[in-house]
Structure formats: C-alpha cells, structure tokens
Design a protein around this ligand. Sequence first.
Ligand code: AMP
Length: 221
Amino acid sequence: MNILIFGPNGSGKGTQGTLAKDKYGLDHIESGAIFRKHIGGGTELGMKAKEYINRGELVPDDITIPMVLDVLQSSKAGWLLDGFPRSLVQAQKLWDALKKDGVALNYVIEIKLPREIAKARIMGRRLCENNPNHPNNIGIPAIAPNGDKCRVCGGALSARQDDQDASAIDKRHDIYYDEATGTMAAVNFYKNMKDSGFKFIELDGEKGITEIKEYLMSQLA
Ligand code: AMP
C-alpha cells in the first residue's frame, strides 16, 4: 500500500495522515523530517539543505528528488509520503520513477482548505503549559480555549513563536497554493490523471476532525 498526502500547513494533515498510516502499518516518509535528520547528523546533504530550509525555500530538486526516491525504495512496509512532491516537476519525476520501478500508487489524499482559514488556524494555535497535545485554538470554535486558559485542564496558554510569524506562513502558503508550478500544480497533476490506477480522495478541511476522519476511513478500503 502506497499513499500520497497533500494539505497546506494548518489543514490537519498530520492527524489524518497518521490515521491512514496506522490503518495499513505504513512507513511515514516525510521529506522535511528526512532533511532534519541529515542536518542533525551533520551529513554533506544536510549541510547543503540547511541554508535553503533556514530561508524557508525549497531545497533544489537535484538534492531532494534522489534523496526521497532512495528512501521510498528502501521501504518494505509500503509508505505514506508527506511533504513530497511539493512542485509540478517533483510530481512528474515521482510518477516517472514509480512507473519505471513498477511500484503501484494506491491513494492520493488531498485536504482542501482555503488559504485564509489555514493561516488563521496556524496563528490561532495555543500551547498548554501542562500538555502540548491539549487542543486549543482561538480560530476554531470547537476547540476554543476557556477564556485565556486551556480548555482541557485550565493550564496557562502561550503561542509558538513561529506560528505568529505571518510572513513565514505566507511564504510556505505561496508555495503550497501555487497552481502554476507549486504544490497545487502537483495536486492537479494527479487529480486530472486518467487511468491512473489510484483513487483520489478529497477531504474538506473545514469540517471537524472527527467528521473528516470518518469520511477518510469510509474511503479507504
Ligand atoms: P516541512 O517539515 O515539510 O515543513 O519541511 C521543512 C523544509 O524542508 C521545507 O521548508 C523545505 O525547505 C524543505 N523541504 C521539505 N520537503 C521538500 C520538498 N519536497 N522539496 C523541496 N524542499 C523540501
């Protein structure tokens, strides 16, 4: 079982991706995490990638594409690929590589969320002092904090610094929502494909987490 998942930062991609990954016992292959591992290990690739990552830019394809394809090839369990492809070129190269290796793609999942809502959600995230997993978001009514305290335990809340950096959020979203050559172009590349052999699943990211989860489970065989 091999799955691609797309969704802008702030769409709940991590939550829904985990669900799909756990259902089939897949390897979670996350391009950003692979880069972070290389940087942590001080590898040559990590050093090259670091400067781009720190600027919030995409790492060049001649570094990224072989690195991701290599990890995919070493997966025995099947994979959930997250964070790649992020551009039309990467989408095409991935498809060519899968064809060449005779690897089947089973599902492509897209979480749709309007850009302004994704941004409001990121900026609305609040972190509980007692437990980072307590959901609190001033931009999502279903998980709004209790006044200025955690809705679960009453703990003090704070905002993550990087969540409040509007220009960094905009930069990431510029890449994601770019329909000409960016991530939305990659999404459309798969969505418009005929006789692809995979099922394309569209999720409405504006719905509640439970509703999205139930719909996703109903779509996966
Ligand atoms: P992420 O953890 O997905 O936000 O990725 C962190 C950073 O790694 C991104 O901001 C990019 O600089 C780089 N990166 C991750 N995936 C890709 C990709 N598919 N192509 C190019 N750069 C990537």
